[in-house]
Design a protein around this ligand. Structure first.
Ligand SMILES: Cc1cc2nc3c(=O)[nH]c(=O)nc-3n(C[C@H](O)[C@H](O)[C@H](O)COP(=O)(O)OP(=O)(O)OC[C@H]3O[C@@H](n4cnc5c(N)ncnc54)[C@H](O)[C@@H]3O)c2cc1C
Length: 394
């Protein structure tokens, strides 16, 4: 049988049909070990990010988690992993130091600095197409607290806010990772009162350093006069609430793209499809600022050693009914298409939620190397991954 390994299922949308395949769920493998002296976490394949960030935080250490506490460490990291510390410390995948992985021949292998260099390279951002990962080990960073939060503006100010944010991203150091966002919050009891049912333009930012340094860096955006300002010193594990992703998995769909740049014309194009006057079911349209460590070759980096794109866009909406799912898909596609003139040469692995070959979400050279590794370890394509890799034919 072919095998589709899966933790949470957050990344299941692009999967090929699974008829006749085995869905191999790792949800009961949530063990995590923190080695504070070595600054390393070991997470079993089914661990969620909150399983790592909370105990790591007790030692003053931070992991390169993403925006949501309930996303799986393994799927997120295999696809790159872009979080709140990305401009300073890079993609989560490039902080992986070792992987335990069962290859399709049934052998449990350890890939680390001294063993299985191809497998280690492949799991560092190349997706999960070479075997079933049973555990990952990764570097942690000494971040006890940081200056982070969101500035909320009325959605009518979206153009002004996004233009100001984009200009500001050209001035900030690698210590700041931020995004500009248009957010339409549903009128649901789960959403806290001051935000419930309201539409916003906002900037979310995480600044490594103390409050004084952070406040000085954020000041140009504060001067715009937000309605609500939550930027303050927070413990590193609290970063998982900054993006306000739902605490529990909810039906949602989206799509995204790497952008070579995000100039004024691109902002205007995005405002036309998602701004205050747009009739859209998209709850969130965000643009993340990349660069910094993401743009520099990570020492010992893997399939996504560098990201040759200045920004990343992701658009998503809630999909409780099939009709809404179709509408959200169409509008996410339209948001992506509106930015087509600024697309980078490939999309971001973790943000591509429509079926796509790994060749569409990885640098070309990486895809070709991955094809050779696939031919060695999984020539019969036993493993089904989010974005498929076709083995090289020798
Ligand atoms: C609310 C939310 C917030 C997000 N925020 C971010 C973010 O900030 N940054 C970012 O980069 N991404 C983000 N993502 C995208 C996320 O990284 C991807 O959806 C990712 O695929 C989720 O991984 P998972 O393990 O939770 O999902 P799963 O569906 O369980 O796994 C995804 C894929 O990973 C592979 N895989 C999983 N487990 C194994 C295994 N044991 N062995 C081999 N292969 C395996 C499989 O190919 C699987 O299809 C977010 C997603 C959501 C839903």
């Amino acid at each position: 049988m072919r095998i589709a390994p899966q933790g949470t299922g957050h990344g299941s949308e692009p999967l090929e049909p699974l008829q006749g395949a085995m869905l191999l769920r790792t949800v009961r493998m949530r063990g995590v070990r923190i080695d504070p002296a070595a600054g390393i976490a070991r997470a079993e394949a089914g661990a969620l990010w909150q399983d790592v960030t909370v105990p790591a935080g007790q030692h003053g250490l931070a992991a390169l988690a993403g925006s949501s506490a309930n996303v799986g460490v393994t799927g997120y990291t295999l696809g790159g992993g872009m979080g709140w510390l990305a401009r300073r410390y890079g993609l989560a995948a490039n902080s992986v130091t070792a992987a335990d992985i069962v290859t399709p021949d049934g052998r449990l292998r350890r890939a680390d600095a001294g063993h299985e260099p191809d497998l280690l390279w492949a799991v560092k951002g190349g997706g999960g197409s070479v075997g079933v990962v049973t555990a990952l080990e990764m570097r942690l960073y000494p971040v006890r607290e940081l200056y982070a939060g969101a500035l909320f503006f009325p959605i009518q100010r979206a153009a002004e806010v996004l233009h100001a944010w984009r200009a500001w991203t050209g001035t900030v150091p690698d210590e700041i990772t931020s995004l500009g966002r248009i957010l339409r919050l549903p009128p649901l009891p789960e959403v806290p009162e001051p935000l419930r049912g309201r539409d916003f333009a906002l900037v979310e930012a995480a600044c490594l350093g103390d409050a004084a340094a952070g406040a000085e860096l954020i000041q140009p955006l504060r001067r715009l006069g937000p309605d609500l300002d939550t930027v303050a010193m927070i413990p590193a594990p609290a970063l998982q609430h900054l993006h306000m992703d739902p605490d529990q998995p909810v039906p949602a769909q989206g799509d995204g793209a790497f952008l070579a740049g995000f100039p004024a014309a691109a902002i205007d194009a995005l405002i036309a499809v998602a701004g205050p006057d747009a009739d859209t079911p998209l709850a969130s349209v965000e643009v993340r600022h990349l660069g910094g460590a993401l743009a520099r070759a990570a020492p010992g980096g893997g399939a996504q050693a560098t990201i040759d794109a200045g920004y990343a866009m992701f658009a998503a909406g809630f999909t409780p009914t099939p009709e809404l799912a179709a509408a959200v898909r169409a509008h996410a596609r339209a948001a992506k298409d509106a930015l087509a003139p600024w697309h980078a040469s490939y999309d971001y692995y973790n943000f591509a939620e429509t079926p796509a070959s790994a060749s569409a979400v990885l640098p070309r050279d990486s895809y070709h190397r991955l094809q050779k590794i696939k031919a060695t370890y999984d020539p019969d394509q036993a493993i089904i991954a989010t974005h498929p890799v076709w083995p090289a034919r020798h």
